[in-house]
Design a protein around this ligand. Structure first.
Ligand SMILES: O=C(CO)COP(=O)(O)O
Length: 158
């Protein structure tokens, strides 16, 4: 089977002040809130964004400013995916629930695909989120490799 992949990479810079998405499925919201409480002071120094219910709960229960998008089942995962594609998100903390099928499972898969494609640091559980949030890269400009979108289109149009 022939498969097409981006042939050429370019880079982009994750800024020192990171744009961090916080998302949790209902069965994992308690864990995410506990985790965010532990890292509250660190999170407060970055720009937070989240799907509707997660964002509201983090904001209400921790007193942090979190930009709330649409709730996940109503399209929020896709909005986060669009931010990744537009290079407007730097870190994804997504506690998805391995025990609960979601009505919007295709959106969840699509979001994780875009995060993998665009080389975004992702944590899907508390231990990996601890590693990400305590990394020295969190407060530095960090250059990451990403697919070269212009080269991709050029290769499909020449
Ligand atoms: O469903 C979600 C992610 O797939 C999360 O959505 P809410 O934060 O609105 O619950």
């Amino acid at each position: 089977m022939s498969e097409q992949r981006p042939g050429q990479q370019t880079t982009r810079t994750l800024p020192a002040c990171k744009r961090i998405a916080l998302i949790a499925h209902d069965g994992k919201k308690g864990e995410l809130l506990d985790w965010a409480k532990r890292w509250r002071e660190t999170l407060a120094r970055h720009r937070l964004i989240g799907t509707g219910t997660t964002a509201r709960r983090v904001s209400n229960e921790l007193g942090l400013e979190v930009e709330g998008l649409m709730s996940g089942p109503l399209g929020g995962d896709q909005q986060i995916g669009a931010l990744i594609t537009e290079q407007r998100l730097d870190l994804l903390i997504f506690f998805w629930d391995p025990f609960a099928p979601q009505p919007h499972d295709p959106d969840v898969k699509a979001l994780l695909r875009l995060a993998a494609l665009w080389n975004i640091p992702v944590a899907c559980n508390a231990a990996s989120a601890d590693f990400l949030i305590s990394s020295p890269y969190l407060v530095e400009d960090v250059s990451i490799g990403i697919p070269d979108a212009n080269d991709w289109v050029a290769g499909r149009t020449s």
